[in-house]
Each structure stands twice: as structure tokens, then as C-alpha cells.
Ligand binder design. Structure first.
Ligand SMILES: NC(=O)c1ccc[n+]([C@@H]2O[C@H](COP(=O)([O-])OP(=O)(O)OC[C@H]3O[C@@H](n4cnc5c(N)ncnc54)[C@H](OP(=O)(O)O)[C@@H]3O)[C@@H](O)[C@H]2O)c1
Length: 62
């Protein structure tokens, strides 16, 4: 399992996060709009939400 931080809330973020979660990885979602980031994380299920501008938590940052 890897720990992956994804910056952005768009098409690529959704697709990559979904695949990463399906593969059993820990996923952190980071977006400039915190409310939208929380919404995406909830939609995906199982993702956490990071703070824009802070250091990403993941070992891998996309
Ligand atoms: N979609 C594809 O099939 C595809 C394929 C190959 C490559 N790409 C490339 O992948 C990238 C993303 O594509 P996408 O389709 O996911 O785009 P998208 O749906 O427009 O989403 C882009 C996301 O990046 C965020 N963002 C942009 N600049 C940012 C910054 N400085 N700091 C934080 N967040 C930032 C935007 O945040 P806001 O909402 O706050 O603006 C938005 O959430 C693009 O460079 C695109 O060319 C896409």
C-alpha cells in the first residue's frame, strides 16, 4: 500500500484517486476549495482531505 496525495479536484484527480483507492492505497485529496475537496473525498469514499498550501501527507504526490 502507498500513501498518495493528489492535488486538484478535476477529471484526472477523480480518475486517479478512484483507481488508487480501488488498489487499496491511502489517498489524500488537496484542492484550493476545501468544501469541494471534502465533497470529492466523500464521493470517492475512504479518501482524506489535506490543506492547500500545506505539505502533502503522502509519500507520492500527484
Ligand atoms: N483529463 C484528461 O483526460 C487528461 C489526459 C492527459 C493529461 N491531462 C492533463 O492533466 C491535467 C488535469 O486535467 P483535468 O482534466 O483533471 O483538468 P480539470 O478537470 O480542469 O481539473 C484541474 C484541477 O487542477 C486544479 N488546479 C489548477 N491549478 C492549480 C493550482 N495552482 N493549485 C492547486 N490546484 C490547481 C483545479 O483547481 P480549481 O478547481 O481550484 O481551479 C482543478 O481542480 C491538465 O494539465 C491536463 O492537460 C488530462
Amino acid at each position: 500500500m502507498s500513501s498518495i496525495s493528489i492535488i486538484g479536484l478535476g477529471n484526472m484527480a477523480r480518475a486517479l484517486a478512484g483507481r488508487a483507492l480501488a488498489g487499496g492505497n491511502a489517498v489524500e485529496i488537496i484542492g484550493r476549495d476545501l468544501a469541494k475537496a471534502k465533497e470529492l473525498a466523500a464521493t470517492l469514499g475512504g479518501a482524506t482531505v489535506g490543506t492547500a498550501g500545506a505539505a502533502p501527507a503522502g509519500d507520492i504526490v500527484i
